[in-house]
Design a protein around this ligand. Structure first.
Ligand SMILES: [Zn+2]
Length: 460
């Protein structure tokens, strides 16, 4: 058997179970997986390691060029953000793409595609954000499909959504008919406004009141409304960064009735709880929605185990520690989001797989296979199989590291998990057959990543 590259001697994770095998790669694609030895000019030794599909993180925010000052100003641009992704074993990222004032959804995709082509180290999908009624135009969906992008992002907290919900429903239903997945931030903006005003009257307007300003009932209410729409219309919807037991229970009940509602959670809600917001530096843990309680954490872990949580994505929206803390005095000016691309898989592997809390099969589904299916990339991404892109991670299950954001790739310069000891880390990472991380060092050049051409969403 001939190949240009082989990954030799690893425990290859196929259908969730590790199998000792060699992998043959030719022209960026997996051509064979064999228990027999495969020879090739380039050999990547995986002895003692797992070989996993490259991670698919469907939810990141990276800053782009081409916009006016002040737009999309997270700490990571496409280069530093995708460097962090590569270092963490993530070979595909899905970016929330915010149109500039007056810009159509397809034009936003074209603008950001230029950033991807210039800077990205890994492959990319884009979720353009429906901001206002100018975007509620079926012709824009047709153009997005021609650009290979088959998802849109909705924020239920935006004023346009609250005031024109029927039109948003019609647009989401049309998107569903065209094979799109609608990605939705679910919180009830009116309830949040009510809580925030009430807290302000009490003189409680800093980060310590953040949890009370966005209660789990606000998430549950928005999720219930979205489920009602999905159930009535048959439109597939994907709830981003679900944080609470109550909202998860609503989604699980809907799923059991056959409603096409899919659930993403993010690392913050799996490891941290609301008490941290009372610390002096509590503003550094601000994400949207806020940190919750221990019973919420337990519910999300159970959801990951039993399949009511479909994906773990980072919502990587990094700020520096100085930026986070400086914005802590006012609930209106907080900077939600943390850097997580480099830590998402090691943290989940360590807290889940290494402890026996999560099977290796579920780990791979949550971080690779399920997002690939839902976002129209399967089986090109998210699985190790002949014909799939050779996006592969040689994962050392025994490597122990202490998380230290000041030494990682994100320009955030800190991690909410600083000081945590984790077991399991990527050693080599291959993207479309090219070695992009070697011995834990990122060696890829910016601009090699591609904007992926996607198909219709497929149920996971
Ligand atoms: Zn987000």
């Amino acid at each position: 058997m001939s190949a240009d590259t082989t990954i030799r001697g690893g425990e290859v994770v196929l259908d969730g179970a590790p199998v000792r095998a060699d992998i043959a790669i030719t022209d960026g694609v997996v051509t064979a997986i064999s228990r027999d030895r495969i020879d090739a000019p380039t050999v990547i030794d995986a002895t003692g390691c797992l070989v996993l599909p490259g991670g698919v993180d469907a939810h990141v925010h990276l800053s782009g060029g081409g916009g006016p000052a002040g737009s999309e100003t997270w700490a990571d641009d496409w280069e530093s953000g995708t460097r962090a992704a590569a270092a963490g074993g993530v070979t595909t990222v899905g970016n929330i793409t915010v149109p500039l004032p007056g810009e159509t959804l397809p034009d936003a995709v074209r603008r950001v595609a230029a950033d991807v082509a210039a800077q990205s180290l890994v492959d990319v999908l884009l979720h353009p954000v429906v901001i206002d009624e100018s975007h509620l135009d079926p012709a824009q969906l047709t153009d997005l499909r021609a650009l290979g992008q088959t998802s849109i992002k909705i924020f239920t907290v935006l004023p346009a959504y609250a005031s024109r919900r029927q039109q948003f429903y019609e647009f989401m239903a049309e998107a569903g008919r065209q094979g799109f997945l609608t990605v939705v931030h679910c919180e009830d903006g009116d309830l949040i406004g009510y809580c925030t005003t009430h807290l302000a009257h009490q003189g409680r307007a800093d980060f310590r009141s953040y949890g009370e300003s966005r209660p789990d009932t606000a998430e549950e209410a928005a999720v219930a409304q979205l489920i009602a729409f999905a159930e009535t219309s048959g439109t597939p919807v994907y709830v981003v960064h679900l944080s609470s037991r109550r909202a998860l229970a609503a989604c699980a009940a809907a799923r059991s009735r056959g409603v096409p509602v899919y659930v993403e959670t993010r690392p913050l809600y799996l490891y941290l709880t609301e008490e941290l917001l009372q610390h002096e530096d509590g503003a550094k843990y601000i994400g949207q929605p806020p940190l919750r309680r221990t019973d919420d954490v337990e519910a999300l872990w159970a959801g990951m185990r039993f399949g009511t949580v479909d994906t773990v994505a980072t919502d990587h929206a990094p700020w520096t520690l100085e930026q986070k803390l400086a914005a802590g005095d006012s609930l209106d000016e907080l900077r939600p989001g943390v850097a997580d691309l480099e830590t998402v898989r090691p943290m989940l592997f360590s807290a889940g797989v290494a402890t026996g809390r999560l099977s290796l099969a579920r780990f791979v589904e949550l971080t690779a296979t399920n997002p690939a299916r839902l976002f129209g990339l399967y089986p090109r991404k998210g699985v190790i199989a002949p014909g799939s892109d050779a996006d592969l991670v040689v994962w050392d299950p025994a490597e122990s590291r202490v998380i230290d954001g000041s030494r990682m790739q994100s320009r955030a310069g800190y991690s909410p998990y600083d000081g945590t000891v984790v077991t399991g880390w990527p050693r080599e990472v291959v993207s479309r057959g090219e070695l992009i991380v070697s011995g834990g060092e990122v060696i890829a050049k910016p601009g090699r990543g591609r904007l992926l051409q996607r198909g219709a969403t497929a149920p996971r």
